[in-house]
Design a protein around this ligand. Structure first.
Ligand code: SF4
Length: 373
């Protein structure tokens, strides 16, 4: 890698850290721009980098906003593509996540991202994972091109509604610029996936806690994005103040809050919960002390205990300590052996009896009070 490229990556790699790849992300300290992200099959290493950290926008939480006094660099599409392929050749990364500040306007920034991805696909014949960031407000032709080149696309809403976005990104328009592009991208993506039998996913991200945003507001938008738009995934980036930015004196959001939002998100995506099932305090926030599934169970005593041997899947999913994989195991065992005989049998299947026992019966037996094991 050229010295000049390495120096730019020392700025462009860390600048990309605000685009999260999930709750359990890490940074490779040796190579700027290399991050670890948790996937369904373990960890993968992504080259997560910005094409440029120059930006005309004034997102008040962002290290790259126009008013920050920070060195600005641009990596050309040729240099970016070559650098990525070098890392792939040395088996140092498994894929690319390419984003950018908005230098000029959204279309110009998007063009550079697309140029890089085109070089990687066409000149270097790379067929692996590419995640492209979509710039808000770009026309359909850019969206179609991005879908042709990528495995995942994302456009960050950053906030749950226009009022909150105005507080943190005063020069972005929530409805007309950001949300509309998310919806257009989603429509084109679904048609594209159907037509070409592809499975390109679409994600978005919220910055949590930079304003007085409530979890209720986030849940409203979460439900819309998952139920109506069928978005693949939402990420929650806990706000952390950047020194020298207009929000430098705002208190950082706790990682616990982000963790609870991820738990509520999982309940909506995998457990059949609706946003109204999620228990909120008077302050419209999730409890930091209690996970949202336990809070639901404790506020609905009429639904428990749930009988392990006869309850349908959607009821089993309401038991604290039992996730979708374990529910499937329970159902398979019921089919194979007729029934589950004891709490001990559940424990052997990997189920946390400590958390589940007070909410279940097994063959009509309720054993929450016993010291079972
Ligand atoms: S558009 Fe906003 S969030 Fe994105 S790089 Fe520019 S200032 Fe940062």
């Amino acid at each position: 890698m050229l010295d000049s490229v390495y120096k730019k990556l020392q700025i462009l790699g860390p600048s990309a850290k605000y685009d999260t790849c999930g709750p359990k992300e890490g940074i490779d300290q040796k190579i700027p721009g290399v991050y670890f992200a948790k996937t369904g099959n373990g960890y993968c290493r992504l080259f997560k980098v910005l094409q440029t950290n120059s930006c005309i926008k004034h997102c008040r939480y962002c290290v790259n906003q126009a008013c920050m006094n920070t060195p600005r660099v641009v990596l050309s599409p040729d240099d970016m593509a070559r650098t990525f392929m070098e890392l792939i050749g040395k088996r140092l990364v498994d894929g690319l996540f390419l984003s950018s500040g908005i230098l000029g306007n959204s279309q110009t920034a998007m063009s550079k991202i697309l140029e890089t991805a085109t070089i990687i696909r066409q000149r270097y014949h790379y067929h692996g994972y590419i995640h492209l960031k979509i710039m808000p407000g770009v026309t359909d032709i850019y969206l179609e091109e991005a879908l042709k080149l990528s495995n995942r696309v994302s456009l960050n809403l950053e906030a749950p509604n226009s009022e909150r976005l105005k507080e943190i990104s005063p020069d972005k328009n929530y409805e007309n610029e950001v949300l509309k592009t998310v919806i257009r991208l989603n429509t084109i993506r679904q048609k594209y996936n159907l037509k070409y039998k592809r499975n390109i996913s679409q994600t978005t991200q919220f910055v949590v806690g930079a304003t007085r945003d409530s979890d209720a507001e986030i849940l409203d938008t979460m439900q819309l994005l998952y139920r109506q738009l069928k978005l693949t995934r939402i990420f929650y980036s806990s706000f952390s103040p950047v020194s020298g930015s207009p929000l430098q004196d705002v208190t950082a959001s706790t990682t616990k809050r982000g963790h609870r939002l991820y738990q509520a998100d999982f309940l909506l995506r995998f457990y059949g919960f609706q946003k109204n099932d999620i228990v909120l305090g008077k302050n419209k926030m999730l409890s930091l002390q209690k996970d949202p599934k336990l809070a639901f169970a404790e506020s609905h005593p009429e639904l428990y205990p749930i009988e392990i041997n006869t309850s349908p899947r959607n009821n089993l999913l309401k038991i604290p300590g039992i996730g979708p994989d374990n529910v499937d195991k329970i159902i398979q065992r019921r089919i194979k052996y007729g029934k589950i005989n004891s709490h001990f049998e559940l424990k052997k299947m990997g189920i946390s009896i400590r958390r589940a026992s007070q909410f279940i019966t097994v063959n009509g037996k309720y054993e929450a009070q016993l010291n079972l094991f």
